[in-house]
Design a protein around this ligand. Structure first.
Ligand code: PGA
Length: 266
């Protein structure tokens, strides 16, 4: 059975001081039922992706973290070191206490020109360390309207995972389907649409890399996830969790999503 992963992407929000305050509240709640039990029984995994400058503060706050909670970074460079002003290497991210790293988030692709080739270099560089890539794929509104959703996400997925051995998929790679038109807009994909694309992504992995990798691969949905829509999305068979932006910035709203998502497991 695939363990549910609810991830919070903070983007360029939260100073180190704000992070400290968030974790104080959040961790106290995570040690209460129903979260502690779900984390302890390995049904749920929770991860937060603060900005780089907040990672050490977060890692420090997490020394007493319950099992099943991890940190992630929002991006990384694929080189191990070099004259690359402003960039951060996988080893730096790893040392700051992260287990995961986002790759190819639509904001990286569309605002910073990240290509499929770059996402693949990043995925492979992360897999050379102990970090697990969360590869984000998703179509724009124009692409959806032209009927290109499946072509676009298939290309992003296969290019991003090029040369990744099948046996690394289930354990070490997470895929997130995030339709660009649903990110930060308040518009969520319907449960049916999200399920359809997540199922498609799993079947593409199955065709190319084998049924075993596809069966254990976790596929998340992201794009305006909130407490009101999370239970319906999480109840779908091919949706194994959520990548949450705006609603992960407040402890209360993120906990409400966790609670609703857990109800889908019951
Ligand atoms: P949102 O962001 O939940 O604010 O739509 C999701 C994301 O960008 O990962």
């Amino acid at each position: 059975m695939r363990k549910m992963l609810i991830a919070g992407n903070w983007k360029m929000h939260m100073t180190a001081g704000e992070t400290e305050q968030f974790f104080r509240e959040f961790m106290a709640s995570l040690r209460q039922p129903p979260f502690q039990e779900a984390l302890g029984r390995s049904r749920l995994e929770v991860a937060l992706f603060p900005p780089f400058t907040s990672l050490y503060v977060a890692a420090f706050a997490l020394e007493e973290a319950p099992r099943g909670f991890s940190l992630g970074a929002q991006t990384v460079h694929w080189e191990t070191h070099g004259a690359l002003t402003g960039e951060i290497s996988p080893a730096m991210v790893e040392e700051s206490g992260c287990r995961y790293c986002l790759v190819g988030h639509s904001e990286r692709r569309h605002l910073f020109g990240e290509t499929d080739e770059m996402t693949n270099l990043k995925v492979r560089a992360l897999l050379a360390t102990s970090l697990r890539p969360v590869l984000c794929v998703g179509e724009t509104l124009a692409e959806r309207e032209r009927g290109e959703t499946f072509t676009v996400v298939r290309r992003q997925l296969l290019k991003g995972l090029e040369s990744v051995p099948a046996h690394r998929l289930g354990q070490d790679v997470v895929v997130a389907y995030e339709p660009v038109w649903a990110i930060g807009t308040g518009k969520t994909a319907s449960d049916d649409d999200a399920q359809e694309v997540c199922h498609f992504l799993r079947s593409v992995v199955g065709d190319q890399l084998g049924a075993e990798g596809a069966e254990s691969l976790r596929v998340l949905y992201g794009g305006s996830v909130k407490a009101e829509n999370s239970a319906g999305l999480m109840a779908r068979p091919d949706i194994d969790g959520a990548l949450v932006g705006g609603a992960s910035l407040k402890s209360d709203s993120f906990l409400a999503i966790l609670k609703e998502s857990l109800s889908a497991l019951a």
